[in-house]
Write a protein that binds this ligand. Sequence first.
Ligand code: GAR
Length: 205
Amino acid sequence: MEKIRIAVLCSGGGTNLQAILDAEEAGLLPCGEVVLVIADSSSAYALKRAQRRGVETAVFDKKEYPKVVREEKIFACLKEHEIGLVVLAGFMTVLSEAFVGAFRGRILNIHPALLPSFGGVGMYGLKVHEAVLKAGVKVTGATVHFVTAECDGGPILAQRAVEVHEDDTPESLQKRVMREAEWVIYPETVEKVCERLTQPRHKGV
Ligand code: GAR
């Protein structure tokens, strides 16, 4: 069986990338392989995580290229590497309708809340956890979804709930959501999608 060639797109720390690489190393990603990591910032620590594992990296820096050019370059790079699944992991560039349309059913994102709550434009990173604490909800979590033109609006593939504690700060809540939800459901879902993409009916899509 040919494995699905995965590209992970990151902007920062890359702990979700790490969780996926660790799953792969542990044999928990039999249907896929991470062959490329792309960052939109040359200082993204995710690049170091990739290099440590010998995964090829590419940087199309926000400071260097305007969005349209950056997106074209990312698209060309994905095609050149014959990528079958694009995994957004803390990637802070909102991709155009044309871009996501070209990877329909082959592009995933993780969001640090239970969508459709606390999602949409401007909701990313710590801002999400700040909004959760402000709303006073007792349960939050993480969501993995297909990416469509609507920000955080694509079909949901997996969710896991996490308790909000009375004394949580945005930072403590972010850590718990990552540890208890994101790092668990993202590798699992990537494997499930890769498995589905290796089925004969998906060939040539
Ligand atoms: C993660 O919490 C991810 O869910 C979030 O950014 C963080 C990236 O961390 N993504 C969003 O908020 C997207 N709307 P990482 O670089 O350590 O994986």
